[in-house]
Design a protein around this ligand. Structure first.
Ligand code: GRF
Length: 199
């Protein structure tokens, strides 16, 4: 059984949805640990309430590489072989990406490659797109970049605010993140160039 480590920085709703999916066996994997870089992240309490091993590895005062070396050690000590970023607000260096080749996933609240980075929903509204959505992808060293596993569309309404659009996208995020993790843990994919093809 794959052992998943989830990295968060904040609210943790995607983390919670993955933990619930694993606990109810919709995902056949063990959530080995939830790690936050922010000791005040709300998601920490949620993970503890769900009975998941939870630790904080603060990034303050460390170089990115030093911080990541600590993360890698914590994850490897627990036998983690699949990492899910869930609202983890730091860009990864080769130290981390190289430690888990093709085994790091991320969720992003836009149809990548549109609107990478923070406040993607606000940028989509300001741009005036009529369709937004979310993306689950394998992670490489560029921000919100790497082979796409799953996407879902969410129509933009004329009266949307960043908050209302974010809310509708978030419920699709929870759905497709679970689907994408299932595809990966069940090994139902192959990567050809940039494309993730289902077996
Ligand atoms: C989500 O919108 C996710 O796509 C983005 O950050 C947000 C995290 O939300 N990367 P949560 O912490 O999972 O509730």
């Amino acid at each position: 059984m794959r052992r998943i480590g989830i990295l968060i920085s904040g609210r943790g709703s995607n983390m919670e949805s993955l933990v619930l999916a694993a606990q109810s066996r919709r995902i056949e994997a063990e959530i080995a640990v939830v790690i936050s870089n922010d000791p005040h992240a709300k998601g920490i309490d949620k993970a503890q309430a769900l009975g998941v091993d939870t630790i904080c590895v603060p990034s303050r005062g460390l170089s990115r590489e030093e911080h990541e070396a600590r993360l890698v050690a914590e994850l490897k000590n627990r036998g983690v072989d699949l990492v899910c970023l869930a609202g983890y607000m730091r860009l990864l260096t080769p130290v981390f990406v190289g430690a888990f080749p093709q085994s790091i996933l991320n969720i992003h609240p836009s149809l990548l490659p549109a609107f990478p980075g923070i406040e993607a929903q606000q940028k989509a509204l300001e741009y005036g797109v009529k369709i937004s959505g979310c993306t689950v992808h394998f992670v490489d060293e560029s921000m919100d970049h790497g082979p796409i596993i799953r996407q879902a569309t969410v129509p933009v309404r004329d009266d949307d605010t960043p908050e209302t659009l974010s809310m509708r996208i978030l419920s699709e995020e929870h759905r497709i993140y679970t689907e994408a993790v299932r595809i990966v843990v069940e090994d139902r994919y192959r990567i050809t160039g940039r494309r993730v093809l289902l077996k």
